[in-house]
Design a protein around this ligand. Structure first.
Ligand SMILES: Nc1nc2c(c(CN[C@H]3C=C[C@H](O)[C@@H]3O)cn2[C@@H]2O[C@H](COP(=O)(O)O)[C@@H](O)[C@H]2O)c(=O)[nH]1
Length: 341
């Protein structure tokens, strides 16, 4: 069977042939200059994953690794049809939306004594139990709850049958290689196979698989089994927020026709050519921003290869997008309901 191109090679092919999404090289450099003095910020460090996000596990433990595996197995499709009517989860007196509503629901279940991060539990959860654990505190439920139920049962069963019920087994099998762990995840867990066809070529994005590797690196603080020597080989995670912030910053641009569809709220299917172009160009654009950032530091005689990589750039841009929702409201997200991002 023909192999899929890696996310990086897929991004290059897509960016070189894209018809409706464009990378603005001049602006790419300006974004790198804008980020230049942010690199020393907390967001641009593996420690920011815990220090800046109270819902993330703070321990370095097997339970924390299995928390990450559960969260990234369900880390998709939180956008709502109407900004003023969305799923919200209240946890310890605070309301959480989007991705954070998932994390709040996981922690709420754990506080209630539900072993939601245990594969033995979620491999045989009923739909009703899933609805209860991931219930919203508004009348808008978390999207794709049936798919989440199916994926929990499927993923839990595989983790039990092949890896002793713990994602730590997969991490140890990867022998401190991010690419090996990515391969273990994609080969064994079908819901992570975030792939498409573009101009007759098999391309991949592996958004959830790559963010799972990145979050595993983060929860293990880049140490021990999480000391991935090739963490810089990962790309950014092609979700629906990164494209929005890249267009907002001017590094990426949509054709008038595509912008019209986005403003009209057109629903795309996973694998549509314009959806593939948005995701592939986002990956390639962020790779160029990373290169420019490294270049700027090199000019200052500083080798920042240990400090600047696509993972940390992604985390920074994603948090930036969260904090600048209002400023970005003119840039619509592309709407897809799928289990990949
Ligand atoms: N590219 C990228 N996409 C990310 C994340 C995360 C969460 N990771 C954070 C957690 C701790 C770390 O510090 C990370 O900052 C979620 N998503 C995606 O966003 C979308 C949800 O957005 P909203 O509806 O606004 O909540 C959805 O597709 C989800 O899959 C990321 O980091 N990068």
């Amino acid at each position: 069977m023909e192999e899929f191109l890696s996310p990086k090679d897929s991004a290059q092919l897509i960016a070189e042939n894209s018809r409706d999404v464009f990378i603005e090289e001049v602006q790419v450099r300006k974004v790198a200059e804008f980020l230049f003095d942010k690199v020393s910020a907390k967001e641009f460090s593996v420690t920011g994953w815990k220090a800046l996000h109270e819902l993330n596990p703070q321990a370095v433990s097997d339970d924390a690794v299995n928390w990450v595996f559960l969260a990234d197995t369900l880390n998709f499709s939180f956008w709502s049809e109407h900004e003023d009517r969305k799923c919200l989860v209240k946890y310890r007196g605070k309301m959480y939306s989007g991705y954070w509503s998932l994390c709040a629901a996981i922690n709420r279940a754990l506080d209630d004594g539900i072993p939601i991060t245990s594969a033995t539990y979620y491999a045989s959860m009923t739909l009703e139990q899933v609805r209860h654990v991931f219930r919203s505190d508004t009348d808008v439920p978390m999207p794709l709850i049936e798919e989440r139920h199916r994926i929990l049962n499927e993923t839990g069963t595989i983790l039990l049958e092949k890896f002793g019920g713990s994602f730590v087994t997969c991490v140890k099998m990867s022998e401190k290689s991010a690419q090996k762990l990515l391969r273990v995840v994609v080969e064994n867990f079908p819901s992570y196979r975030d792939e498409a066809t573009f101009k007759g070529k098999k391309v991949s994005f592996y958004k959830r698989a790559q963010i799972l590797v990145a979050d595993t690196w983060s929860v293990l603080e880049g140490k021990g089994d999480g000391c991935f020597g090739d963490i810089s080989s990962l790309t950014i995670f092609a979700d629906y927020r990164i494209p929005q912030v890249l267009v907002h910053l001017g590094a990426m641009r949509y054709s008038d026709e595509l912008m019209r569809k986005l403003h009209a709220g057109v629903m795309f299917q996973s694998g549509d050519v314009q959806e593939v172009e948005i995701r592939g160009c986002s990956i390639w654009c962020c790779g160029l921003i990373c290169d420019q950032l490294l270049e700027l530091y090199k000019k200052k005689g500083q080798n920042m290869r240990e400090k600047i990589n696509a993972v940390l750039l992604d985390y920074y841009l994603w948090d930036y997008a969260r904090d600048h929702r209002e400023d970005m409201k003119e840039i619509p997200i592309h709407r897809v309901r799928c289990i990949y991002y």
